[in-house]
Ligand binder design. Structure first.
Ligand code: AMP
Length: 217
């Protein structure tokens, strides 16, 4: 099963992908997480990506396509994966088609997380992320048991450098201009399902599972 999670930053794609990974064992491929890992390890990709991420801009297509190309070759992706945050441009989507068709594989479903921009600014500016495992929290709506400490792994909770109001607005603008055209792109293939993403994590997860059940029948 190959799934694409599409939606603006803060719409809950990462949270839902991580829950699906935990419950169904499907690998979660987040280009954002891969790029942040590359930055913290100071690799060549990380050094190249950092200034784009900090400014809220997209990292060049060829950089992220290469990351995905290498990742889907790994054994754990042989029976499927969730793409969380990729593709983000039509050119990335075209490259993905090429990578998959070379392996005789197809996208099973594109899940679009729909939510108003106003909610996202609040969600993202209050978001805290575990610097060790990537788990996400919110300073009001999803607190950790102990302040600044991850419930899952005990890591330190930090605010992402791009989760500040000015950068969030830039990221939303880029989502609308460069990424949202992908909804039309995949709708033409008849593989899009939309989810109202402003609701609770558990309600969204329940909708997601219903969509996935329809794939099994
Ligand atoms: P995310 O964690 O998905 O919100 O991504 C954080 C940042 O990483 C984005 O604002 C971009 O700068 C970069 N990024 C992540 N995925 C991609 C992608 N598919 N294409 C280009 N840039 C990306």
């Amino acid at each position: 099963m190959i799934l694409i999670f599409l939606g603006p930053p803060g719409s809950g794609k990462g949270t839902q992908a991580s829950k699906l990974h935990e419950t169904a064992g499907i690998p979660q491929l987040s280009t954002g997480d891969m790029l942040r890992a590359a930055i913290s390890q100071s690799t060549a990709v990380g050094l190249q990506a950092k200034s784009f991420i900090d400014r809220g801009q997209l990292v060049p297509d060829e950089v992220v396509v290469k990351l995905i190309e290498e990742r889907i070759e790994l054994e754990d992706c042989s029976s499927g994966f969730i793409l969380d945050g990729f593709p983000r441009t039509v050119s990335q989507a075209d490259s993905l088609e090429g990578l998959l068709s070379a392996k005789n594989k197809k996208i099973s479903k594109v899940v679009v997380f729909e939510i108003d921009d106003e909610l996202l600014v609040n969600r993202l500016s209050g978001r805290r992320t575990c610097e060790s495992c990537g788990a996400m929290y919110h300073i009001r709506e999803r607190k950790s048991a102990v302040e600044s400490v991850c419930d899952r792994c005990g890591g330190k909770l930090v605010q992402r450098t791009d989760d500040n109001e000015a950068t969030i607005k830039k990221r939303l603008q880029i989502y609308h201009s460069q990424t949202s055209p992908l909804i039309e792109y995949y709708s033409k293939l008849g593989i899009v399902n939309k989810i109202e993403a402003s609701r609770s994590v558990s309600s969204v997860f329940s909708d997601l599972n219903n969509i996935l059940k329809s794939l099994e029948t």
